[in-house]
Write a protein that binds this ligand. Structure first.
Ligand code: NAD
Length: 480
């Protein structure tokens, strides 16, 4: 497994218009998950840094809220172009600190650029509404930016998550303090750098790293912050929502998932196997919308399982920066440990291992693509998000039975169904509780459509017009 060592750019905080290095601050090591080697030292913000960021966020909000749609659009459009110009550098950094393949990292940079471009256009469409009544009275409804946003982004999409967290508030006229994951910080630095190189006024977007619990408690206790935006696990999301509740902040929460996949007897099996295995190994399964619980109709179960497992067993696993590698390591040592425990528990509950099920290699955090079958609903893995390259197979007979299984969990983020029957496609899209469903596809995220969960997978949308709307509040102005 050859390793392309990439020098991480300077890891810094960006507070009140200034890039800030470690100085006397605490630092935290950044590790390449393919090798386990330390590749950088990240400065961690202290309480004084966060106070300074809060004060600046309140001040720059008053400036940016008055910016024109043209100005917001121009910054986001230029930043998109800079991301595209820098795609190779940024992708190499993301692969080095998060582990995903270079091909995936390049797609992520392009998607982040596409999102900025969409938001640039959306900034020009923040219209209000006029109500004209028969009596002659008139009212107008205007949309105003919600205020300074505190945003927390996880490590699994180190470019895309920060872009999501920054693009919508900037388009809406908000200031934003972003705390990306400390485990993959250099990609976020690159996104923020692109915005400033594109002409964003100093301090509108600030970047802090720190001890997550310290940062979130301090930012969310502040009355300056008017909105919490969090992507991560359901447990942490609920905790942050409680903190935000004290000052009644608006919230957008994109939390865990446990996506069901329903494959019906009439599906195009070859295509379903190809599409679903590709989605399953994406970012080593560390994707909140990763297909996880595979419910396969009895007539095609064995054929589908055999083809799926054959493809999973053949996946080329290795350092994401190496040519030809299809799946990189897991992002941190917690993931293989957690996955190991979930698989052991499933086997103890009577599940059968079809392939994989173990760590790989002498160094780094690699885990073999895994398929489990006959997994009882009582096994932990059927109820907790595995967040790894594991597919869990069950068999079903009727449509109704499959829908009950799909809706069984409190998670309700993404779902997938494969059928060539158009009526069944409509019925299943209506019947599944989720924020997004892919019928004969796993491509369910796009700059122009809402990315969101329901139930314990969260609320509020990112992307699409809905993503910008989530950073606005409306005001009604009545005139006699
Ligand atoms: P975790 O629950 O400890 O952390 C999840 C994210 O929340 C991380 O980015 C972390 O930095 C952040 N976080 C944790 N505590 C925080 C706090 N007190 N204040 C602010 N931010 C905080 O788990 P983890 O080991 O990093 O990831 C494992 C689980 O997280 C996965 O099983 C998955 O369920 C979930 N996750 C979900 C997504 C997603 O896209 N929805 C992304 C990454 C992780």
């Amino acid at each position: 497994m050859p390793t392309a060592t990439v020098a991480l750019p300077d890891l810094r905080l960006y507070i009140d218009g200034e890039w800030i290095g470690a100085g006397q601050r605490r630092t935290r090591s950044v590790v390449n998950p393919a090798t386990g080697e330390v590749i950088g030292a990240l400065p961690l913000a202290d309480a004084a840094d966060l106070d300074r960021a809060l004060e600046a966020a309140g001040r720059t909000f008053q400036v940016w809220r008055r910016s024109s749609a043209a100005e917001r659009g121009a910054v986001l459009r230029r930043a998109a172009q800079l991301l595209r110009d820098r795609v190779e550098q940024i992708a190499a950094v993301a692969t080095c600190e998060e582990g995903k393949t270079l091909a995936e990292a390049r797609v992520e940079v392009q998607a982040a650029a596409g999102l900025f471009e969409f938001y640039a256009a959306e900034a020009a469409r923040l219209y209000g509404r006029v109500l004209v009544r028969p009596t002659g009275s008139r009212s107008i409804v205007i949309h105003e930016p919600v205020g300074p946003v505190a945003a927390f982004a996880p490590w699994n999409f180190p470019i895309g998550n920060p872009a999501r967290k920054l693009g919508a508030p900037i388009a809406a006229g908000c200031s934003v303090i972003l705390k990306p994951a400390e485990e993959a910080p250099a990609s976020a630095v690159a996104v923020v750098q692109a915005l400033y190189d594109a002409g964003l006024p100093p301090g509108v977007a600030q970047l802090v790293f720190g001890v997550p619990d310290e940062v979130s408690r301090q930012l969310l206790a502040s009355p300056v912050v008017r909105k919490l935006s969090f992507t991560g696990s359901t447990v942490v999301g609920k905790h942050l929502a409680k903190l935000a509740c004290e000052t009644l902040k608006r919230t957008t929460l994109e939390l865990g998932g446990h996506a069901p996949v329903l494959v019906f007897d009439d599906a195009d099996i070859d295509r379903a196997v190809q599409v679903l295995t590709t989605a399953k190994i994406r970012n080593a399964g560390q994707v909140c919308v990763s297909p996880t619980r595979f419910y396969i109709q009895a007539g095609v179960h064995d054929r589908f399982l055999e083809a799926f497992a054959a493809r999973m067993s053949a996946v080329r696993v290795g350092d994401g920066s190496a040519l030809g590698v299809e799946m990189g390591p897991m992002a941190n040592p917690r993931r293989p440990t957690a996955l190991d425990a979930l698989i052991r528990d499933a086997l103890d509950h009577g599940a059968r291992l079809v392939c994989g099920g173990k760590r790989m290699g002498e160094r780094g955090y690699f885990f073999a693509p895994t398929v489990l079958k006959d997994v009882p609903a009582s096994a932990r893995i059927m109820n907790e998000e595995p967040f790894g390259p594991v597919a869990i197979f069950s068999r079903f007979k009727t449509f109704e039975e499959a829908v009950v299984q799909a809706n069984r969990l409190p998670y309700a983020l993404a779902a997938f169904a494969f059928t060539e029957n158009g009526r069944r496609a409509n019925l299943v899209a209506d019947a599944i509780e989720c924020g997004m469903i892919g019928i004969n596809t796993t491509a369910i995220a796009g700059a122009d459509s809402p990315f969101q969960g329901v139930k314990h997978s969260g609320h509020g949308a990112e992307d699409g017009p809905e993503g910008v709307a989530a950073c606005l509040v409306s005001k009604a102005v009545h005139q006699a």
